[in-house]
Design a binder for this molecule. Structure first.
Ligand code: PMP
Length: 374
């Protein structure tokens, strides 16, 4: 039995053996996919096969899939690429976006923030008031990476389109956990990242619906339909495709399995004193967020780590610095509660042994964390 429980898949899920097997032989191949010699053509073929495999599994055409360096770059490209029309100077984003959306909008446009309720779900009636004909793009996170909340993507897409705005969905935490269909969702732009689904770090994609015009934000060789210059790392693309195949082709069974683990953990946590569960349906199957009142999340994390449980305060991009979760503040929690919350996130390697370990070590860790705060 593994002595430690890694419950931070939402920050990064370990590379799957099948992914590694697919990538390893490609890493040592020569050939730039833009070269016309045989080695270049072989690299191009591997790249295009990877593009086709991923596109098919998110309901897109191969030409609609632009490889990027990851979720952050995809989000930046979606937003910065959509602004610039003087008739549409505004952007609308939810109050629970990942930093790669939240931090970029202020630099580029005037921003309207679409509120969420106490369960972290978008208030569609409030959004209706804030999205107007001055809005260039609406951006909403499909599955929240801190709480797991699934947002009403199609309803917001419809609102955006009613006013002639584009709609972007950050699906980084949704991939492998909900069905992602470009057509069915109504999205114009969808961000994906490989390392959240057992693929390699350093590659992602932006799905750009046919006919949607974006401006490039970086310049060079004009690769990826002139939207994202730079040589695409073919081995990473092959690994990304292998991970997406596994994640999407077994989606239904895996969602059911993960949901069972999630509900098991939620039921156990709810039994503990002064614990509030922040993951409320509709929610993805792989995230449990809870507030442990009277603790500091960082203390609790350290104690759990010492006991063999690796969890997170939420967005890894802001972890390491003690600050309340912006997502929980947006859900109306107090500063204290937003600083006393942890995320447990699951992936293919998670089993009920991991849940049992959390349940076994948590009471002692909680008591010590509460004593530390006095
Ligand atoms: N969006 C969401 C919802 C995420 O969880 C993350 C990763 N923390 C990102 C975007 C950024 O993805 P990447 O790490 O691939 O840049």
């Amino acid at each position: 039995m593994d002595e430690r429980s890694y419950l931070d898949h939402a920050a990064g899920s370990p590379i799957l053996p099948e992914v590694l097997d697919a990538m390893l032989p490609v890493l040592s191949l020569a050939g730039n996919p833009n070269s016309t010699h045989a080695a270049g053509r072989r690299a191009r073929r591997l790249l295009e096969e990877s593009r086709e495999a991923i596109a098919e599994r998110v309901g897109a055409l191969p030409a609609e899939l632009i490889f990027t360096a990851g979720g952050t770059e995809s989000n930046n490209l979606a937003i910065l690429g959509a602004v610039g029309d003087p008739a549409r100077p505004r952007l609308a984003i939810s109050t629970v976006e990942h930093a790669s959306v939240a931090a970029v909008v202020e630099r580029s446009a005037e921003v309207d923030r679409l509120p969420v309720d106490a369960s972290g779900h978008l208030d569609v009636a409030a959004a209706e008031q804030l999205i107007t004909s001055a809005t260039a793009l609406v951006s909403v996170i499909w599955v929240n990476n801190e709480t797991g909340a699934i947002q009403p993507i199609s309803a917001v897409a419809e609102l955006a389109h009613r006013h002639g705005a584009l709609f972007h969905a950050d699906a980084v935490a949704a991939l492998g956990h909900v069905e992602i269909g470009l057509a069915g969702s109504g999205a114009d732009l969808i961000s994906l990242s490989a390392h959240k689904v057992g693929g390699p770090v350093g590659i992602g994609a932006l799905v750009v619906r046919r006919g949607v015009r974006l401006r490039p934000v970086g310049f060079g060789g004009g690769q990826e339909a002139r939207l994202r210059s730079g040589t695409v790392p073919v081995a990473l693309a092959v690994g990304f495709a292998a991970a997406v195949r596994l994640a999407v082709d077994h989606l239904e069974a895996e969602v059911e399995r993960l949901r069972g683990l999630r509900d098991q953990l939620i039921a156990e946590l709810a039994r503990l004193p002064q614990v509030r569960i922040n993951t409320v349906e509709p929610a993805g199957p792989a995230i449990v967020n809870a507030t442990f009142s009277g603790t500091r999340a960082d203390d609790l994390l350290l104690l759990l780590d010492g006991a063999g449980v690796e969890a997170s305060t939420g967005s890894a991009c802001s972890a390491g610095v003690h600050q309340p979760s912006e997502v929980l503040l947006a859900m109306g929690r107090s500063q204290d509660d937003a600083s006393a919350s942890l995320r447990f996130s699951f992936g293919p390697s998670t089993t009920s042994t991991d849940i049992e370990r959390v349940v076994a070590v948590l009471p002692t860790a909680l008591a010590r964390a509460r004593r530390a705060l006095g």
